[in-house]
Ligand binder design. Structure first.
Ligand code: GDP
Ligand code: ZN
Length: 333
């Protein structure tokens, strides 16, 4: 008999599943599941597990349909999606306020919006900023970029009030995933929210201020009020997968202007009557932001083309082994 559970921790061992009665146990994937779709459970997945008497481990027999996923392009494969987390309600993007990278932030926001979840930005390490003016000017730039619908908070691990403000973003019975490059202070934040050292923090390397990697384990951390949070370490490459909705949301200013372009399929390059280029020339949209948008659009276009080519190749060779990811992407939406 199979029972329902949730994948609450992924590390080097077998996925840790919490059953509805609270029991925690390690579970391996059923052979059939792996063979059929090359599918692996991710953090947040709801699963059906069997508890055979003769095994010391449970068996994941089915991964239930995901109501939401955080998906990037698989960094090691040519044109496959990689799901990193499932069934969360909010994505918080973290960047250190002293080293905000607006281009990376744009990419992170596209990925976050594409999930359909709520999105917020947390600017960490405010104590390292030169002064209040420096904080205010970076915060203003990030607010302008993130848009009016995205809360932007400034915090420091040393300022409990600012940590409480981040906690207030996390409603009871919701799950938040925390993304951002290594060393921005995600684990420190999770520890402060949880009220104990549940996550190992990494010492920052001298010189470049980048964090060193201690672990790539992912765990759902309960915060007491029923809210839960997952630090997503080790997410280095953030290649876009499907991103049309994410692009429209993260670049709402450009998407809105594009509706006024003379041609419906305007690429905002040399076409006459292009409202987007006019806005760039008038200084309403920065050339950097426009270039970033164009580059991200091109990235998804090139990927789509490769996927179509791969699909065509599969049709040409009906005997070829299917990867089964088509089925999965259908479930993800
Ligand atoms: P993660 O890789 O994003 O999980 O980052 P960590 O939480 O491991 O933090 C990386 C380093 O930054 C550690 O040395 C932390 O002590 C330090 N750190 C985290 N938050 C703050 C902060 O608000 N202010 C300062 N000055 N350092 C911080
Ligand atoms: Zn145009």
């Amino acid at each position: 008999m199979a029972v329902r559970g949730e994948v609450v921790k992924l590390d080097r061992g077998y996925p840790l599943v919490r059953l509805e009665d609270g029991t925690l146990l390690r579970a391996e994937h059923a052979t059939a599941l792996v063979k059929e779709g090359q599918e692996r459970a991710v953090i947040g997945d709801e699963v059906l597990v069997a508890l055979p008497d003769e095994h010391d481990k449970a068996i994941i027999e089915e991964i239930l349909p995901r109501r939401r996923t955080f998906t990037r392009k698989d960094p090691t494969e040519r044109a496959l999606p990689q799901v990193l987390a499932a069934n969360f309600d909010q994505v918080i993007v973290a960047q250190p306020i002293t080293e905000v990278n607006l281009r990376r932030l744009e990419r992170e926001l596209v990925l976050a919006f594409e999930t359909g979840a709520k999105v917020a930005v947390v600017l960490t390490k405010a104590d390292l900023a030169a002064d209040a003016d420096a904080v205010a000017s970076v915060e203003a730039k990030v607010r302008a970029l993130a848009g009016a619908n995205v809360p932007v908070l400034v915090m420091s691990a040393e300022d409990p009030t600012s940590v409480e403000a981040v906690r207030a973003l996390m409603a009871p019975n919701t799950m938040t995933i925390l993304i951002g490059r290594s060393g921005v202070g995600k684990s420190s934040l999770v520890n402060l929210l949880a009220g104990s050292a549940v996550q190992q923090t990494s010492a920052v390397r001298e010189g470049d201020g980048k964090g060193r990697h201690t672990t790539v384990s992912r765990e759902i951390v309960p915060l007491g009020n029923g809210a839960r949070v997952v630090d997503m370490p080790g997410v280095r490459g953030l290649g876009l997968w499907e991103a049309e909705e994410g692009l429209d949301a993260a670049f709402a200013d450009i998407a809105q202007l594009a509706e006024q372009c003379r041609f419906r399929d305007c690429q905002h390059q040399q076409e006459p009557g292009c409202a987007v280029r006019a806005a760039v020339e008038a200084g309403e949209i920065s050339p950097e932001r426009f270039a970033s948008y164009q580059a991200l659009v091109e990235e998804t276009r090139a990927l789509k083309q490769r996927r179509e080519e791969a699909r065509w190749m599969q049709k040409e060779q009906p005997g070829a082994k299917r990867r089964g990811h088509k089925k999965r992407s259908g479930k993800n939406k």
